[in-house]
Write a protein that binds this ligand. Sequence first.
Ligand SMILES: *[C@@H]1O[C@H](CO)[C@@H](O)[C@H](O)[C@H]1NC(C)=O
Ligand SMILES: *[C@@H]1O[C@H](CO)[C@@H](O)[C@H](O)[C@H]1NC(C)=O
Length: 190
Amino acid sequence: MLKSIVASVLVFVGLAHSETPPGFTPEAVAHLDVIFGTKAVSPPGTSLTKADTQKQPTIGTSDTILNGTYPWLMMDLDVPASFTNPSAGPRRTNLHAMITGFKSTGQKTETGINTLTSTATGPVKYVGPAPPAETPPHAHRYVELLFETNATFTVPQSYVQQTLGFDLQAFVQKAGLAPPVRGNWFNVTG
Ligand SMILES: *[C@@H]1O[C@H](CO)[C@@H](O)[C@H](O)[C@H]1NC(C)=O
Ligand SMILES: *[C@@H]1O[C@H](CO)[C@@H](O)[C@H](O)[C@H]1NC(C)=O
């Protein structure tokens, strides 16, 4: 009885604190701190500008130190089918970064974030958001995810070569990844 109450409370808390956009799968329920210069992506879904987000952000965690090695990715969910005629078809994804080898730096920022860093810059180098202007304006959602991996993990290259239309579900399945350990997201409007 107590167990099932605890379980339902946990499920409730998990749903109430999703760190990925509504309906997004695989969902992340634990917060990844993402800081662009002095601007923290907090709460998840915060609006930022193109200028804010052109440099790769600092990432980390406030609640604990992560002791593993993690790939991190960022993707746009809202690329229009056609820049001249956005309603020509369904919106697509674009992979803006896929960087492996993130590890704890052992350091904290002034605001108490245990930072993660990587010496890698790929396999997909960070590209800042550049959503096109649309009428009416359309906010693009940019999702950041951190995955748990083991020593045998390698990025299935063929899944990240073409960044436009990046298929996260297929990638996760091919790489044998569990749901992301951390996530966050923000909006930029062109
Ligand atoms: C990482 O290691 C530190 C020090 O041993 C520990 O306090 C922390 O809980 C560990 N983090 C996780 C996520 O297990
Ligand atoms: C590492 O992870 C992959 C994919 O999740 C899995 O197939 C493999 O068995 C794991 N290897 C070890 C040594 O745990």
